[in-house]
Design a protein around this ligand. Structure first.
Ligand SMILES: Cc1cc2nc3c(=O)[nH]c(=O)nc-3n(C[C@H](O)[C@H](O)[C@H](O)COP(=O)(O)OP(=O)(O)OC[C@H]3O[C@@H](n4cnc5c(N)ncnc54)[C@H](O)[C@@H]3O)c2cc1C
Length: 333
């Protein structure tokens, strides 16, 4: 295990939009910083479905005004991913990829030791930007651990002419069902009636540009809509599922996608003493809404696992707080 002797000003955990924006701001403040990323640069975007067009507009996604230029109005996964990677390369951001942070420890009033799968680092400040994709939610039903069951969707091609069940209520599940239908699978989209009836963009309804082609697939008989109340069991060849009225059905099945959201892994924060509170279905670290500093002095949070959930805020918040962190470091000298 390599020990890094020098004390970094700022160690940033995660190289998603929040971590990239933080690294860019840290470089502009001339901080001695490092980003440690367990996967690849923009790993969450890398895991979006292949060929997906994202829903945000260009100005909400870019790290410098007028530098993201997709072929159509909104970028695809591929355009957005190569934009973030190119940005990190052009700005020569200091990012270690495929290195996971396993523990943050307080050393003294002005410092932390950060342990990773490859090294130990000493840092005066730590900014955690680890996103909210670590723990896909599970139905908790028998058969959910079968190899044919997935909690992420990336592409339709392995499922051509296969019976595929998609379970979920949001846009990601609807998009997966649509991609599978257009891609030649025989999908059943199992959705709770309240989610199917939800038309409110503020309450996470299916986006209209997904819903319209999805409804066309349903009308033309390529996609089966199943308003359900409960998945009872996933078997090798079939799934037992109750409809909205509570009657049980067994439908043929070769593969299943359970796309019901995901939660952040807040273990790193909890273990160093950050208070975590319940917020609806999920949990949030306690932090100052102005500075994003947690109740552990010198430890900050940004991005998807805070109340600022979208890429626009994941980029904007570090731009605001890194100069404040730089100021606090200068004041401490
Ligand atoms: C299919 C899909 C489409 C989406 N489309 C949009 C959209 O159009 N617009 C929008 O605003 N949002 C969209 N989102 C949500 C968007 O991806 C997130 O809001 C965004 O990625 C948040 O950025 P972030 O930097 O906070 O977190 P992330 O991008 O999730 O980055 C967190 C990073 O931290 C790394 N990490 C985690 N734990 C550790 C550890 N212990 N050590 C080191 N590294 C670690 C992860 O590997 C990851 O790279 C979409 C999400 C999905 C799944």
């Amino acid at each position: 295990m390599k020990a890094c002797d020098k004390q970094l000003d700022l160690l940033i955990i995660g190289a998603g939009p929040a971590g990239l924006s933080a690294a860019d701001a840290a470089a502009r403040e001339s901080l001695d910083y490092l980003v440690v990323e367990k996967g690849l640069i923009a790993d969450t975007v890398y895991h979006y479905p292949i060929g997906l067009t994202v829903f945000s507009t260009v100005n909400e996604l870019e790290l410098r005004e007028d530098t993201l230029r997709p072929c159509r109005e909104k970028p695809t996964r591929e355009e957005l991913l190569s934009y973030y990677v190119r940005f990190a390369l052009d700005e020569n951001l200091r990012i270690n990829t495929e290195e996971e942070v396993t523990r943050i420890e307080r050393t003294d009033a002005e410092g932390f030791r950060v342990r990773t799968t490859r090294a130990h680092y000493a840092a005066s400040r730590v900014l955690v930007c680890t996103g909210a994709m670590a723990r896909p939610r599970r139905l908790g039903v028998p058969g959910e651990d079968l190899p044919k069951v997935r909690h992420r969707f990336t592409e339709p091609f392995p499922y051509v002419r296969k019976d595929v069940l998609v379970v979920g209520g949001g846009n990601s599940a609807a998009e997966a069902a649509l991609f599978l239908s257009e891609g030649g699978a025989r999908p059943t989209f199992a959705i709770w009636p309240s989610d199917w009836e939800n038309r409110d963009p503020k309450k996470g309804c299916i986006k209209h540009w997904v819903r319209e082609p999805l409804e066309r697939e349903i009308e033309e008989g390529r996609l089966r809509l199943f308003l359900f109340s409960e998945v009872e069991e996933i078997g090798e060849t079939g799934v037992k599922i109750k409809d909205a009225e509570g009657s049980s059905h067994t439908i043929p099945n070769d593969a299943a996608f359970i796309l019901i959201g995901s939660d952040a892994d807040l273990t790193l924060l909890r273990d160093v003493g950050v208070r975590v509170e319940k917020s609806g279905l999920t949990e949030l670290p306690v932090y100052d809404p102005e500075t994003f500093e947690t109740d552990v002095h010198g430890l900050y949070v940004a991005g998807h696992f805070t109340n600022s959930r979208h890429i626009k805020e994941a980029i904007a918040i570090p731009r605001r707080i890194v100069p404040v962190i730089a100021q606090s470091l200068r004041a401490a000298v």
